[in-house]
Design a protein around this ligand. Structure first.
Ligand SMILES: Cc1cc2nc3c(=O)[nH]c(=O)nc-3n(C[C@H](O)[C@H](O)[C@H](O)COP(=O)(O)OP(=O)(O)OC[C@H]3O[C@@H](n4cnc5c(N)ncnc54)[C@H](O)[C@@H]3O)c2cc1C
Length: 405
């Protein structure tokens, strides 16, 4: 069988990897100049800049299964966090994995003593049973789920809200409670990590494992015509099966899917002569004031993110907008001192379409078969995460290979 995959983001790469493990032939056409879609890293003046700050959760089961973690040389964030609140940083000691250590957190006035018991109970609730069952549980919004679990407003606003927003880009916590439970379970079960040389190494690893010549970059698919992918320029690729792994907007155009709204993010990458913090900790905004949701000294997580003698800081906010960058710089100076005003902005990533919105009621499946026999995959089909994209791509490959599409 000849299988054509449109799009070399993580979903398309995962689908192609599964096909390549069989006797069938695969060709992947990718519109842009490199593999990875939303997960790419660029080298700029010796710094490694991911396309928007993001992290891998090492417990993601699909990622664990498909990727060679050792070769990625994963570097972990400190399991706790620093919370900026009341004009200083408060250390929150790994409450998700070691809820008993929340005592430190109590001293930090981030939550009420009762929150300690709640965290333990919630951790047990989301960790119980098979992961697949979690996606069948009663569903509400993330905010409602936290309220139902009895968390105080203080711990939601000062810690849990900013923590989940850093991953789900959902500051209102209006998305699905199942996504919240999934992320909570993953954070409890493993580490937040990045490959030592950037998130793009995940995509590069998958691309490198594909058969020679099977990945065609700078090759946009124009349309699908029956069993043929028509490329921009007119070339026609005939295939026995077609997998559309383009992201939801292009899936709408190519395969007639309904598009969805998106969540946005702005990440500002800055070079500093001295690291403002000498630890690999996520710094969260616990005040709700100012644009920054989180900031990290990436070169403290992995020194390969910056050239020798320099530090790389990234600050993120779950929005795009004209005055954000200036306001983010001012906030960094407020937090880290006037020196931060001198940090050089290396790049601003304004990503209006970072993650498809995943509301309660979203029909989450592995992959979708259209009436025309095309199989669609991607984070929009499953859930908006690296795990969701990989899992959906693998499900699409299975559907095509077993003829169940
Ligand atoms: C800034 C940011 C932060 C994030 N943070 C996290 C995080 O912390 N943890 C986490 O798990 N997830 C995070 N995510 C989400 C995660 O990165 C995505 O869910 C995942 O990468 C989506 O992969 P995909 O393959 O479904 O889609 P994409 O990565 O969008 O891949 C689609 C590919 O198809 C190509 N394409 C489109 N149209 C065509 C065409 N006509 N012909 C050929 N090719 C085409 C595109 O160029 C692209 O390469 C974040 C995303 C962003 C952007």
């Amino acid at each position: 069988m000849q299988i054509a995959v449109i799009g070399a983001g993580l979903a398309g790469l995962a689908a192609a990897t599964e096909v390549a493990r069989t006797d069938h032939d695969v060709v992947v056409v990718e519109a842009s100049d490199g593999p990875g879609g939303r997960v790419r890293t660029d080298e700029v003046d010796g710094f490694r800049l991911d396309r928007g700050f993001q992290i891998l959760l090492s417990a993601y089961p699909e990622a664990r299964d498909l990727l060679d973690y050792d070769a990625l040389d994963l570097r972990a964030f400190d399991p706790g966090a620093l919370v900026r609140w009341n004009d200083r940083f408060h250390r929150v000691a790994d409450p998700l994995r070691s809820p008993t250590r929340l005592l430190d957190t109590m001293r930090a006035q981030i939550g009420s003593p009762i929150d300690k018991a709640r965290i333990l109970a919630f951790r047990q609730a989301v960790g119980r049973g098979e992961l697949a069952d979690l996606w069948q549980r009663p569903e509400t919004t993330a905010r409602q789920r936290l309220a139902d679990a009895g968390f105080s407003d203080a711990i939601v606003e000062r810690f849990l809200g900013p923590l989940f927003t850093g991953i789900t880009l959902d500051p209102e916590l209006g998305g699905s409670s199942r996504v919240l439970e999934f992320v909570y379970r993953m954070l409890s079960a493993g580490d937040a990590v990045v490959p030592a040389r950037g998130m793009g190494r995940i995509s590069d690893q998958l691309a490198a494992g594909l058969p020679d010549g099977s990945l065609r970059l700078s090759t946009p698919a124009e349309r699908i015509d029956g069993g043929t992918v028509v490329l921009a320029g007119g070339e026609r690729l005939t295939a026995d099966a077609i997998i559309v792994a383009t992201g939801v907007d292009e899936a709408g155009r190519l395969a007639g899917l309904e598009t969805r709204p998106w969540r946005a993010v702005t990440s500002v990458w800055l070079a500093a002569d001295e690291p403002p913090l000498t630890e690999p900790s996520l710094v969260l905004n616990g005040t709700g004031d100012g644009p920054i949701n989180s900031t990290v000294v990436m070169s403290e997580v992995s020194p390969h993110y910056a050239p020798p003698g320099r530090s790389l800081v990234v600050a993120s906010t779950p929005a795009v907008g004209p005055s954000l960058v200036g306001d983010m710089r001012a906030q960094l100076a407020e937090w880290f001192g006037a020196d931060a005003q001198r940090w050089e902005v290396i790049r601003v990533d304004e990503i209006a379409k970072a993650q498809p919105v995943h509301l309660p009621g979203h029909d989450r499946t592995g992959a979708l078969a259209t009436d025309d026999g095309v199989v669609v995959c991607g984070d929009h089909v499953r859930d908006p995460s690296i795990n969701g994209a990989i899992g959906s791509g693998r499900a699409a490959a299975r559907a095509v290979l077993t003829g169940s599409a």
